[in-house]
Design a binder for this molecule. Structure first.
Ligand SMILES: Nc1ncnc2c1ncn2[C@@H]1O[C@H](COP(=O)(O)OP(=O)(O)OP(=O)(O)O)[C@@H](O)[C@H]1O
Length: 251
């Protein structure tokens, strides 16, 4: 039998560059935050993006997620070239096909857990899939938190509600920006274990920006950015191999 690969690329970046205009802009140079990034992210992959401060991690994530537009290059999510979309269509695509997890959770304080989780679907005018939501709530162990407001939840519980919100619409990709940055080690481990579980069990694609080598080692693959370019990557990373690669970058 001929072996066939079933791997699908969910996110494809080609030659992505981003220049921020500098204030005054007299020299016309601007800040080159990204300089020709090529990246393929497979469906169901858990990818961590790392690099020194100012290397372009947030800029890359914002461009990949359609929050910002690169100065040149193309980005495709599933079958849609998002760099070719109008602002309005890009906003629709973000709402329908991208999930976000934030360091500060960004839950609405006047809504309970369940209302927070369902809000993006409501805004999009979409019906929730009850079986899917049950599976997510069970996997995240947040059933008892669904009726509580964020102020009644621990940081780890709030972040797990935030992750359920990100997954509720079964997005093509979840982008997580320092998802464990505000959590103690045990809650952080829970969150990372769930993100990894979601890639294995739900075939969810997850892209995480982090400064923490221990967090990055939960991913299948770590991409290292330096001065707006991909300068290396690790497969099957460990905290030690990530730390070593980061130290190598700083030489
Ligand atoms: N809105 C902006 N206007 C001008 N320059 C910017 C803007 N946002 C980022 N930059 C610059 O682009 C470069 C990349 O910034 P970016 O925030 O993507 O890096 P980062 O790797 O996420 O950094 P950190 O780890 O500190 O969050 C930096 O030189 C930064 O100063």
């Amino acid at each position: 039998m001929i072996a066939t690969s079933l791997t699908r690329v969910t996110v494809e970046a080609r030659g992505v560059a981003k220049v921020y205009p500098t204030s005054g802009g007299a020299d016309g140079a601007g800040v080159q935050a990204l300089r020709g990034v090529d990246l393929d992210i497979d469906q169901g992959a858990f990818l961590a993006v790392m690099g020194p401060s100012g290397s372009g991690k947030s800029t890359l994530m914002h461009c990949l997620a359609g929050l910002d537009r690169p100065t040149s290059g193309t980005i495709t999510i599933e079958d849609t070239e998002i760099t070719a979309l109008s602002e309005r269509r890009r906003t629709d695509l973000r709402r329908d096909r991208i999930g976000f997890v934030f360091q500060q959770y960004h839950l609405l304080s006047e809504l309970n857990g369940s209302e927070n989780i369902l809000l993006p679907l409501q805004i999009a005018g979409r019906r929730p899939d009850p079986a899917w939501l049950e599976a997510v709530v069970d996997a995240l162990r947040i059933r008892d938190q669904l009726c509580r407001r964020p102020s009644e939840l621990s940081g780890g519980q709030q972040q797990r509600v935030g992750i359920a919100r990100a997954l509720a619409a079964r997005p093509a990709v979840v982008f997580a920006d320092e998802p464990t940055g505000n959590l103690d080690a045990a809650s952080g481990r829970d969150v990372l274990e769930f993100l990894r579980y979601s890639t294995r069990e739900f075939d969810q694609t997850v892209v995480m920006v982090t400064h923490d080598p221990v967090a990055a080692a939960y991913a299948d693959r770590v991409v290292l950015l330096l001065d707006g370019q991909i300068s290396g990557e690790l497969r099957a990373p460990t905290p030690e191999s990530v730390l070593g690669a980061l130290q190598e970058l700083r030489r």
